[in-house]
Design a protein around this ligand. Sequence first.
Ligand code: OAD
Length: 247
Amino acid sequence: MMIMSASPGLRIGPSDKVFVLTGAGISAESGIPTFRDANGLWCGYRVEDVASPGAWARNPQLVWRFYSMRRRGALTCKPNAGHVALAALEHELDDRFFLCTQNVDNLHEQAGSRRLVHMHGELLKSRCDSCDRQPFEDTALFESTVPRCECGGQLRPHIVWFGEMPLEMERIAQELERCTMMLVIGTSGLVYPAAGFVSMVRERQASTDGGVRTIYVGPEEPANSRAFDQCCLGTAAQVLPGLITVD
Ligand code: OAD
């Protein structure tokens, strides 16, 4: 693995297909704190009290208070140069580009990204905890009672909690299978299954002559750094705008 403090100038050829994975780090320069920073989102809240099915069963008011706090923050944030660079890359590559984000904010969409999935859900949507009604746009902030669905069930944030299955895994598996380049940005490499995507792609590389390039961008090496060909040390907004040239 090569560690670089300057942008390596990645070239994307006509047959390349790019899989991008983003984590909390890409939204840090938009003012949304990452999870594991000292002032991170879990501060003041224990994960097990607000982000698990058990927490929801025990105290849905506390869960809503936490996610309302996060909604309030996300509603005023704007995309940064990192989000914008990824949307521009999608514009050039079209269906040779795929973005999988672990983030629940909508900053990628605000920047213009369309070919994306939110594997950990979406903060500005809710769904019913009882019926199979589709998740829907919802920017409401919690007041004092847990909102109810027409079916009588309780409305919950459309968020994947610890112990729940991430979303869109079939689509993600297909895109992992076809990519020739993986670009991972701003994620600590600690939370699975996302932290394992880079190794999955490398295993595929070992069994074929696929030649998948794997690049990480962030201010520090992630926990799974050994699985990357290159780590570009710097922030998303600094590194991404000049990183890629499409041939
Ligand atoms: P973390 O908070 O674990 O990691 C954030 C990463 O972003 C760290 O590696 C930082 O070095 C990096 N970083 C900080 N500032 C950056 C910047 N300006 N540009 C680029 N990178 C920067 O967040 P995640 O890895 O996204 O899951 O966390 C993964 C999952 O754990 C989350 O989706 C969430 C959490 O529990 C669920 O809620 C299910």
